[in-house]
Every structure is written in structure tokens, then in C-alpha cells.
Design a protein around this ligand. Sequence first.
Ligand SMILES: [Zn+2]
Length: 713
Amino acid sequence: MLMLLCSALAIQSSVAADTSVTSAPTSKPLMNKALAATPLLAASTLAYEYPAFDQIRNEHYAPAFAEGMRLHLAEINAIANNAAKPTFENTVVALERAGQTLNRVSTIFFNQIATNTNPTLEALSTDLAPKLSAHQDVILMNAKLFKRINAIISQRDKLKLDAESNRLLDRYYTDFVRAGAKLSDSDKAKLKTINAQLASLGTKFSQNVLKETNASAVIVEHKEQLKGLSEGEISTAAAAAKAKGLDGKYLIPLMNTSGQPYLASLEDRAVRQRLQEASVNRGSHGGDFDNRDTALQLARLRAERAQLLGYPNYAAYGLEDETAKTTTAVNKMLSELAPAAVANAKNEAAELQKIIDANHGDFKLAAWDWAYYTEQLRTAKYAFDDTQLRPYFELDSVLQNGVFFAAHQLYGISFKERKDLPVYHPSVRVFEVFDADGKSMALFIADMYARDSKRGGAWMNSYVEQSTLFNKKPVIANHLNIPQPPKGEPTLLTADEVKTAFHEFGHALHGLFSQVHYPRFSGTNVPRDFVEYPSQVNEMWATWPEVLKNYAKHYKTGEVIPQALVDKITASNKFNQGFATTEYLAASLLDQRWHQLTPAQIPSDAIAFEKTALQEAGVDFAPVPPRYRSTYFSHIFGGGYSAGYYAYLWSEVLDADTVEWFKENGGLTRKNGDWFRQQLLSRGGSIDPMESFRNFRGRDPKIDPLLIRRGLK
Ligand SMILES: [Zn+2]
């Protein structure tokens, strides 16, 4: 299954459902003592098989991985060499059952790498990446196994499989073919070499981004240079500097994206420029964490891999397994939207320039001015700014009276905090989830704060996936990167962070409501360009009046957010959409350009290539840099969104159309929630995703609601 990289976010490699991750046979006999000590070999005895984080130590992972791979391979060999004739049960279901130990240790390890890493785990991750890749290849290129699957496929008409089982059979067949099962032995060998290199490089890319982002935090000497920030933000910056031994100074950490939150309020233009430049130069100015060559090598190897498998380029290979299907479809959507989006951004820039000129600024709008003057324009146009909202967005209230409340109104579910379960960091909270009938159904982990040991961005992941095959209920986590305020001070969110909290919980609902038989189809195990859809839909409740009034209460006075302020927020919804759409399209187009290259077309200079690519795509507008530049674009080079960053906008077509459906049908009601849950959220990948959309909506999606929302129509 995938770790979901979300709006703000970036991460790491996909962790695996059974066969999708896995790894190489280990020849060394394991030391019994090391093995006996690891708590990872057996399922946790805690409720819902929640990981016993208090028992797991760094040294437990390596022996558990080795043993997990050994066990998995033994299971695979038993299936491949079974003397009995191939059947759906003894081959496909057996594959689905195999590798549980490895799956458990991988899931926990990769989640910890993302949320609570340390040099020992990073080193282990580097060591494991090629081994896990090789392990997967050993399985997916096993000729005997593929022969059995082929035999079952050829007699499928006689098997009378149920729909989900039929789909599982197809899925395994496709997995094997896409992994090279039909290649000659010599091509299989080439592919294995490429896969191992790709795994190592992807790990290196992600590790570089984390280290470079931490190393690029901006140090400010004097308090007056931070004019425009709130007292709370200034004390957070002072505390962050102190924690790094820079007493008396101020430290502004970088968030993942090119744009940085404090650019909206910092009055000192020189500090803004330093912050913006520190952000966009990440990974491309030399030093230990430079990612220019890593990106080039990844692009080249992916292109070679795609050609070996019979595709013109990597994007063609990747998109075939998505709902978009072809590069033509993706190019068409992106290139049709780009001109209107850039035109909108240029109009917005002209308005910002007017403010600069009116203030005798005597300079031309630059990327580091955009957010600052946009806030001024927002204040002038709608008479509010983000700092007025934050006192109403206290974290615990947003979570419990907002996110949980909306889910209760829609689906009847309720939440109770579990303080008895061990956590891997003291700020992490665990909640038990109860269904409308009061039955316990899942655990939800809320890990909301930023720290140096955590990757940037926001994402959801599963620790335990629901399936009736294993009779398992889900354990689902959400991760945000909210700056930790000094001790004793409230955590006040920005409007963006509130939206992200709702977004990630939309992914969580997909996992929590899963009602499938095979884990391969559980929850968010759907195409990448579909998976953002439920999470985007859930964002709508953040500003739904009934929900907003329930959570947006002043942290000091308890006063509900004034209606006048709510009206202003609603009125400003289309504000700055030219910028938002352009920076997103620029990143998406860049992703496609990188991945639509043949091996011969791979450039020698990543930054020059990026510049030309943006120019040719018509999205090179200096005040609006791409949301991520190539050297810190973890979604595409370090994580699972390679040739897939377009997915957010692709999914948003379904999202915007679904928001219309909710509005047409009375909004926040149990009836609406139950229908969405039943037809869509609970189905995971067990049926064709577009079919589940049609079942829910009663027709194909329409694009108009998206165009209107983004000011493109
Ligand atoms: Zn997401």
C-alpha cells in the first residue's frame, strides 16, 4: 500500500501490501539471539495489533527484515513448487496470504523512517532498499509462479469466482507482467540491476531532501527583522534557534513546498528574499545533499526500465495502470488548463504590483513578495487576514470538534482517546473509533507536529489494513507538520493547516471504512489518480458553516467565529487561484516532462532542463515558481508520485463534482454520508474505481464544477 503524499507533502517509498514489497533471500543464517529479541516477528498482542512502540528498538529491525524475507521466500517457493494443479486458492490466495511478517516489519519500519527517524534507521534504510527491491524481483520474475497464474487465467471462465476474487486474479497477473515476468532471462537480469539502483537512488534522494531542508533553515539575528510575525511565531522561532544552540537568535524552518508560510507576513523584504531563495535552491547549490545528479540518474534509469518493459517512456508505463491510462490524456488536461491559469496568475500579479507601486515600492514583484502582498490585497478586498483566523483554529478543537464532529454527523462514528497505548513520540495521540451502532471498529493515530526527525508535508498511512481474509480491523495514522509552540502555549493553526487536517482525515476514512475481503484492495489501495479524491472531498467540511461553528472558537474566550468573518472566508474562496493552479500545474508539467523522456533524451543539467521544460509548457512565470523544483520534488523522485503528480487535479474533477452532489442533496447528513461510505469509501480497490464513482454519482464525472472552482471558466 502507498503512503499518501498529500497537498503539502512529500515522502518516501511505498510500503507494501504483500507481494508489492518484499525482498531478497538472505543467505546468512540468522543469529537466534538477535531474532529472539525482536518483538516484530509476531503480531502485536495489543488491541487491533497496534504496534508495541515501547518494545521496538533500532536493532530489532535488521534481523526482523532478514527473517521476514526468508519466511516470505519459503512461502513463495512452496506455492511455485506445489505439486498440485494450480488453483485460485493454492496460488492467488496463497500469494495474498504470504509475507505477513515482512509486511508487518516493513510497514512499521517505513512509517518510523518517515515520522521518527535517526541515523541508524537511515543507514539501515539505505542498506535495505536494494535488498527489498531484489526480493520483490525474485518473486515477480519467478517463472514457475507466473506459469501457474497463467494457467488459472486460461481457465477462469470455469472457476465461477466472485467479482472481488476475479479482480484479484487480474491484479496479480498484471503485477507480474508489469514487473517483467514475460521478459527473457537476460532482460530480467538487466531489469533487476536497474530496480536495485532505482531503490538506492530513491532512498538517497529522500534522505538528501530531509537533511537539506533541516540544514537550510533560515537564521535571523534580530527580532526587528521578524516584524509582521505574531509574538507566538517569534517565540516559536526563538525556541527553535535555542534548540540548535543558537541562543538569542531566531530560526525559521523550511516547509516542503517552494512557498513558505511566513512569507505572507514578514515585512522585511530582504528576509523574505533569503527565505524564498533558501527554499527554492534546496538540493541544487552543491554540498553534501545536492540532488541534481540523483534526479538525472533516476530519470535515466526509469526511462531505461520503461523501454525494457516495452514502453516508449516511464510516464507511458506508469499511467497505463492509472485511471488516466495514457500520456495523451494527461498532457491534454494539463496543457488545456495551463494558459487560463497563467493568465489568471498574471492578472493577480498586476494587482499586486499596483499595491507595491502605490506604496512607492519601486521594485518589480518577485516570488518572495507574492504571499506578502496577496495578504495585503486580501485584507483590502475582504477585510480579513490569516492572523485573524488563527485564534479560532486551536488544534485540539479543530481535530475533535471539527474533523471528528463532521465524521460523526456524516457517518455516525465516534472517537475515544486511548492513553493506554504506547506512542513513538510524546506528542502523538491515539483514538479508538466506534461505528454508529457503538461497535469498536478501528484505531486512529494523530501525529500532528513537525520535528527534525520527521519528513515534511502531510500524509496518511496504515499500520494495519482491514481485510476479512485476515479478519483485521484498521489502524490508520495521519501526519501533519504543524510547528510546535513553546511549552504552555496553544497550537493555533493557519487556514491551510486546518484544510490539510480535513484532507488527511479523508484518506483516513478511506482506510477506516474499508470493507473488503483481500488486503490487496483495502482502503487506499486504489490508483494514485483516484486516491486523492475522497481526501479532497473531506476538505469541504472544514468551511461548512455547521462544522465551522462547532470547532472555530476563540482559544481564549470561547467565542464562536463571527458570521461576518465566515462570510468573508467564503467570499474569498476563489482568491489567488491563479497562483495556486499555476504553481501546481508547473510542478505537474515538470513531472511529466521528466518522465516522458527516452533514455537518449536525458539531459546533462537538471536545472537547465527544468527551465526549458517550464518555458515550453508555457508556465515559466518567475513570480510563481513550481510548487516543487526538481531537486526537492520528493513526490516524484523520492516517493510514489512519479509521473503521477497530476493526480491531485485529476482527482479534483471527481471531488468538485461530488461536492456539488452533497450540496444538491442537503449537505451534512447521515443519509449522504452513508451513501458515500457504502458506494465509495468502503469499496477500496475491490471494484473498478470509476465504476464505484458512477455507482455513487449515478453518472460519469463532469469537469465544470472544477473549472468554476479554480476560476478557469
Ligand atoms: Zn492526499
